[in-house]
Each structure stands twice: as C-alpha cells, then as structure tokens.
Design a protein around this ligand. Structure first.
Ligand code: GDP
Length: 362
C-alpha cells in the first residue's frame, strides 16, 4: 500500500492501532489532507493527546542524525534558554555543524540589540559544550531575520541535508511552517502548530533540490520545562505571548514576592536594590513582608490557584542562593528576575522546577 503521511505531523498513517502514532479511522483515509487522530483533535479541540515519543526515541533520532554528514539546525527559546537545552547534544549528533536559531526574540525587550543577545547565547551555549557555526536571533511568529536564516543555512550546509532539532515548545513547528510559507510553493505541506508541547512526530522532509532536503525531527519535553509539571491549558496562560515589560521594584531585605501561585522569592539580605521581574503579565507579582509571606499563601492562596495540588508553601521546594550584581534569578520556564546588587535569597518553586543564577541576559 502507498505510504500516506499525516498532513499535520508527518507520521505514517495507519488504521490498525488507535494507540499508535498516525492512527486515523479507515473512513477518513481517502480525504485530501488527512490528519491523524491526534493532530485532528489538537487542531479542532485544542486537546493534547499524550505523545508516545520517549526519551530513548528522541536520543535514537539524534543518533541517527549523528550518523549523517549534515547541518543541524538547533532551535532554542530565548525566554526559556535552559529549558531548550539538550544535554550532550554535540555528542549525540556526532559533532555535525550546528546553526542555532534563537527564537521568540519578540518576547525580549525591543530596546535590546540583537548583537549582545547573540553574544550572550554563545557564552551560555559554551557552558553546554556547544560551539555553533552560526547563531541567528529570530522570531518565528514575526518571520524575523528569515532571509538571514535562509542564507546562513545555504552557506553552512554546503549541499548537505539539514536536520532541524529542538525540544518541544521552542517554536520549531512555527518556524518550519513559516519557512514553508515563505520559501516554497507547496503550501499543502504545512504542518500544524499548537500551544501544547509534543506537536511533531516522525521526520518530515522538505526537499531543497533533487539531492538534498531539510528534515524536521520530533521534539521532546525537557525535564527542565514547566510543561513537564503544569497542565497544558495553564501553560498557555503562564507563557508570555508578546514583549515582556519588566516590572521594577526597589526592595529592602525581609521582603518577599509571590509570582502567581507558582513561585516565591524571599530577599533575605543585601543593600536596598532594584529588581526587574520578567514574567508573563498573567502572573501577578505580589510583594509582602517576609514574616507574613507564609500566611499569605497558606491562608488565602489568594494569588493564583495555578497548582491545585499545592495547598501550602511548605509543599514547595526551597532553593538558597547568593546572587551577584547583574545576574538573573531564573525560574526555569517561568521567567527571571534581574538583580542589580549582591543579595542572598530563598526561592520556593514546585518540585521538579529548577532555579539557578546566570549572567544577566538584559
Ligand atoms: P514546537 O513544540 O517547538 O514545535 O513549538 P510550536 O511551534 O508548537 O510553538 C510553541 C508555542 O510557542 C506556540 O504557542 C507558538 O505560538 C509559540 N511561538 C512559536 N514561535 C514563537 C515566537 O517566535 N514568538 C512567540 N512569542 N511565540 C512563539
């Protein structure tokens, strides 16, 4: 039988096993653009069906790419840099050349120039042992720097195939769709995108010419992404959609901040200083005195009932950090606070969410 692929995710369609990738009822198979059940439900009802892609599958795909001589295009999310990291990427892809597309630039302040962002990305990547041949700052929803991306891909691939990789939710599908719209005649090949992680399954091929193609690979939810712990409908609410406007606070020790019902940051010691909060505007920042902070959460849970299962703040995990001037307190996947002086802090977050300190992005 001729192999038919899902118009959404590229999976080979089958009508034998409803639990397996690419399932579609037999009656839908002869339609023009067939979507598998999973893509159909996601597109029409915004409903996420559990992705069957395991970490082992993901590593297998990377290893497969590692066996080719190709250019790897690695899409990352500028707003969730460490959630975008694939540990050991370089090793898995066999040292192939990497072009990094640093996506969602539109979420960072417009006033920031691209060059310092690129330098920051390169320094951060170095810590993960990734030395890309190129870094392009982009925004897939704005087609930002697309000509540069296309030119750079052509320059770096030297006639070879290109594999696009990345964890879920970094905007890889949006990028591929935009690429198709802008650079090919064949709009029918568009793949679906969604708010939810786990969109793309299987490799999808977009030919450059008779000898080489661009392949889109499926992503996986990284353990460091908030997507890992939060119900998908909430994810949409807590991730910023457009330019994040920082909220500035001049603060004194023994003050505490709630960021929605999802995180709490206590300023324990340090001089009076200013902190800039970079979070989705849907997450209300609430300042209180440290001594009142427990009560505020425990008694009223006023802030946002994001995580129903967390009833009191003691159920959250606590991190202690010493922070230096011009560093960010990063609450992985949620956002960050830019700190302008030395301080000592405690951060409370749901279990599995990481908190760390890094060189300031802004
Ligand atoms: P994938 O899982 O990596 O394929 O990610 P998607 O393409 O499905 O995108 C995940 C979410 O990020 C969706 O809500 C997209 O609309 C959003 N997104 C993708 N690219 C951008 C971008 O450049 N800027 C912003 N603000 N959002 C983006």
């Amino acid at each position: 039988m001729e192999e038919i692929r899902c118009y959404g995710c590229g999976a080979i369609l089958q009508s034998d096993d409803v639990k397996k990738i690419g399932y579609v009822p037999k009656s839908s198979l002869n339609k023009d653009h067939v979507l598998c059940k999973r893509c159909f439900r996601m597109k029409n009802y915004h409903e996420l069906q559990e992705t069957p892609l395991t970490k082992d599958d993901f590593l297998r795909i990377l290893q497969y790419i590692g066996e080719k001589d190709c250019l790897v295009v690695y899409v990352i999310d500028l707003f969730d840099f460490n959630g975008s990291m694939v540990t050991g990427l370089n090793r898995h892809i066999g040292g192939n050349d990497i072009l990094v597309l640093a996506n969602k630039r539109d979420i960072l302040p417009k006033s920031l120039k691209d060059y310092p962002i690129e330098m920051w990305v390169r320094r951060q990547l170095k810590e993960y042992g990734i030395y890309p041949k190129g870094v392009v700052i982009t925004s897939s929803i704005k087609n930002y720097n697309f000509d540069t991306i296309f030119d750079t891909i052509q320059k770096l691939r030297k006639g070879r195939d290109v594999y696009v990789v990345g964890v879920t939710n970094v905007g890889k599908s949006t990028f591929i769709n935009a690429l198709l719209k802008n650079y090919t005649q064949d709009h029918d090949m568009m793949i679906t995108t969604s708010e939810f992680p786990g969109t793309t399954l299987d490799l999808i091929e977009i030919p450059f010419d008779e000898h080489s193609s661009l392949f889109d690979s499926p992503g996986i939810i990284n353990e460091d992404q908030f997507a890992h712990i939060i119900p998908v409908q909430l994810l949409d609410k807590i991730l910023p959609k457009s330019e994040v406007r920082p909220i500035n606070y001049v603060i004194d020790p023994n003050q505490s901040f709630y960021i929605g019902g999802l995180a709490r940051v206590d300023f324990l010691s340090g001089k009076q200083q200013s902190w800039q909060f970079y979070f989705s505007k849907n997450l209300k920042i609430h300042r209180t005195k440290l001594e009142k902070a427990d009560d505020l959460y425990n008694r009223h849970k006023t802030l946002t009932p994001e995580l129903e299962e967390i009833k009191t703040v003691d159920q959250m995990k606590k991190y202690h950090h010493k922070v230096n001037k011009n560093q960010d307190i990063v609450i992985s996947g949620l956002g960050f606070i830019r700190v302008n002086d030395q301080c000592e802090i405690d951060v409370y977050v749901p279990d599995k969410v990481s908190v760390f300190i890094r060189e300031s992005l802004i």
